[in-house]
Design a binder for this molecule. Structure first.
Ligand code: NCC
Length: 275
């Protein structure tokens, strides 16, 4: 544990660069039926983007009018079942990648195999493993068994771009957060939000993350697409969300007017640094 403010934003970004968030590969797996369904090609390969946008699903996006700004980015990353239809004015219509937790892939209510939300887009799913479990232990005992739907979805379209995160590297990102935090973090993985940020930083010149660090629009409402109130969504109850957001604000390069009035932080991609 240590105070992140003892290090410069550049030093922290360099440490994050050395903490890869990997997708699961066939060679990570000893014996499991999912092995043959993992795409042979990688998530980004050598693709590079100039501007990238991450749309946190926060209630504060409602009535933000950020849609056109979000859509002006070369790549747009969204989470879980967050919709665009009917919310274009506030969150845009473009989706390049969706990061999904394993509940969304497995629980019936999300209709993963049938909903149009998950079609014709790159998908990256993850499931929390036990900190000390090996990949092969996790494969037989995931928190939510996403493998049947993963295999079924891949079987229906073997050309689809659907990846799984390496659960060990998810914990490496948690270790990174803990080493940049004064308080002891709850032993649960980072939120999909921080995982999405780590996924994009190697491939974008900059990443704009919308309503992740809360702006003056902050609200008790959990999601822009659902009227339910729950302040824990913004400040964290299960994921170490507050630690993620404090650190993200610290490494961001936008001025406070942009962060707190306009509603986004800008994180420079790894390519901007020699480290
Ligand atoms: O709510 P969720 O997150 O889908 O949000 C995606 C990411 O946006 C950021 N966020 C969201 C709401 C808010 N008020 N402020 C925010 O900053 C966070 O970075 C968040 O990660 C998840 O991370 O996968 C999560 O998923 C939900 C839920 O499983 C899915 O939405 C499907 O219903 C989790 N909630 C529950 O399990 C009840 C949430 O803890 C984390």
């Amino acid at each position: 544990r240590s105070n992140y403010m003892d290090r410069s934003p550049k030093e922290i970004l360099c440490q994050l660069k050395k903490t890869p968030l990997k997708t699961l590969t066939r060679s990570d797996i000893a014996f499991h039926p999912v092995k043959d369904y993992i795409p042979k090609r990688g998530l980004f390969e050598n693709k590079r983007f100039n501007s990238c946008a991450i749309v946190a699903s926060a209630g504060a996006l409602k009535d933000s009018n950020l849609g056109p700004l979000i859509d002006s980015h070369d790549l747009v990353l969204r989470f879980n079942h967050a919709p665009t239809k009917g919310f274009e004015k506030d969150v845009g219509r473009k989706t390049t990648i969706r990061v999904l937790n394993s509940q969304v892939v497995t629980k019936r209510e999300f209709r993963f195999l049938t909903s149009d939300l998950y079609k014709n887009t790159t998908l990256v799913a993850w499931d929390p493993s036990n900190y000390t479990d090996s990949i092969n232990q996790w494969l037989v005992k995931p928190e939510f068994n996403l493998f049947p739907n993963y295999m079924e979805s891949r079987k229906r379209d073997l050309k689809s771009r659907f990846f799984l995160l390496n659960p060990k590297s998810v914990w490496d990102v948690w270790d990174f957060l803990q080493s940049n935090s004064l308080s002891r973090l709850r032993p649960n993985p980072p939120s999909s939000g921080f995982l999405g940020l780590r996924l994009l930083l190697p491939h974008c010149v900059f990443v704009d993350m919308f309503e992740y660090v809360p702006s003056t629009r902050v609200t008790k409402r959990c999601h822009y697409y659902d009227p339910e109130d729950n302040p824990a969504c913004t400040f964290g109850v299960w994921h170490p969300l507050a630690a993620e957001k404090l650190l993200t604000y610290y490494i961001n390069s936008a001025d406070d007017k942009t962060v707190f009035q306009r509603g986004y932080v800008r994180i420079p991609g790894f390519k901007n640094f020699n480290c």
